[in-house]
Design a protein. Structure first.
Length: 139
């Protein structure tokens, strides 16, 4: 279900991510783990924002049996936020994956009335993840 392209030395276990994905969709998802430098280049090219970020999502055209899209996550952001918030890198990866997956599914926290944050909170609780993502993105 998850096609992993790990372009870093960060050890990635997709077991939890597979469980999360299966709860939300039956479509394939490409997951790219990359550097801050590369995610900054992708962010500049596709969003005209010349800075690194933690996660980007690129939904594919909706076609039957086609993949859902790509999620790109910065390994440095995973490591930095895990240390900052006192949890492990697999938990931080899962938090960012949930955020990216919800964007692939059409949620948009920049324009909705809290639906994405609510769904994020439900998934975080269901998979017993740290609450820090919700706390740090409020407001």
């Amino acid at each position: 279900m998850i096609e992993l392209d790990n372009r870093t030395s960060l050890n990635i276990d997709t077991t939890l991510l597979e469980s999360i994905a299966m709860k939300m969709t039956d479509k394939e998802i490409e997951l790219i783990i990359t550097s801050n430098k590369e995610i900054q280049e992708i962010n500049k090219e596709h969003r005209d924002i010349d800075k690194d970020t933690d996660v980007l999502s690129f939904p594919y055209e909706a076609i039957p049996m086609g993949p859902l899209g790509s999620i790109v996550i910065s390994a440095e952001h995973i490591q930095e936020r895990a240390q900052e918030f006192g949890h492990d890198t697999s938990e931080e990866l899962a938090l960012l994956f949930i955020h990216g997956l919800l964007h692939l599914l059409g949620y948009d926290h920049e324009i909705d009335k809290g639906e994405m944050r609510e769904k994020e909170a439900q998934l975080i609780q269901q998979f017993r993840l740290p609450q820090s993502l919700i706390i740090r993105t409020q407001g």
